[in-house]
Design a protein around this ligand. Sequence first.
Ligand code: PHE
Length: 336
Amino acid sequence: MIEELEKLKQEISEFKAKSTEELEQFRIKFLGRQGVFKDLTSNFRSVAKEQKKEVGMKLNELKNLVQNKIEDFTSTDADSDSKTSEDFTRSTAGAELGSRHPISLIRREILDIFSRIGFSISEGPEIEDDWHVFEALNFPPEHPARDMQDTFFIEKDPDMMLRTHTSSVQSRVMKSTTPPIRTVSPGRVFRNEAISSRSHCIFHQIEGLYIDKDVSFADLKQTLSYFTKEFFGKTEIRLRPSYFPFTEPSAEMDVYWGLETETDHRITKGTGWLEILGCGMVDPNVLTNCGIDPKEYSGFAFGMGIERIAMLKYQIDDIRVLFENDVRVLNQFRGA
Ligand code: PHE
């Protein structure tokens, strides 16, 4: 038996696998269920008592030799695939971090500005019912915004739709909370529009809602003025009369951008003023619809499109740039 073991030792020592398959055959030959070691172990029983110690040691030595051969191969001679996946010594210096999308950056900055003056953040579903998107917000049944032109309806249930504005979140908050309410609602909205350099079917909004006793138009103006200063670093705003079904009175807020550069002239069409958002005092009908007594409470609301603000801030001319995820664009926001 000793002799047999010596022969095997030589065979194992000389073995050199050229491929993983060869190594596997080697493993099966020696360590497999019907392998060499299985035989040797059963033969071991018949070995004379005084030889047992020596044979046992040799057997162990051989087993270790086989094991080492297999391990050595996996860590050094293995084919290149398994080599890269196991190479823990590679430097991580080349790993590149991604960047935040400009929409996320702007969204975060706006929410941050409002949270500093006590606004909470609220979110709601993108698939909404008619009540939250339109009815609660005082849209008459024949209002053009309900038209198929603007709204994506859910075919199986005409009462359900993709929300066209995040004002739907405000209906939800008003319905479920007793004032005071101070909240901003960011989210994706959907409108059935032709995609062009200035419009896209999916875009993002942030809406604000403030309801308490004695909230006045002056509070609205002050809040927007604070936001404009924090976000754009501009101090002059103006409120132009406008119309929204859910606010009365309603206004459009412009910021005085200036007329210093050629770009200023172009984006403000030579006026120096830029339209930023829609706003107004929450219509008493809306408060009533949502279970808030308009005799006791009043409030204001405002809403803006994040894409528009991002385009202004980063001087992007075409809205589609924000949806293409071209790394040459995204890389410019690294570390922001
Ligand atoms: N919901 C309006 C829109 O989608 C914006 C708005 C919000 C206007 C709140 C006034 C008050 O355009």
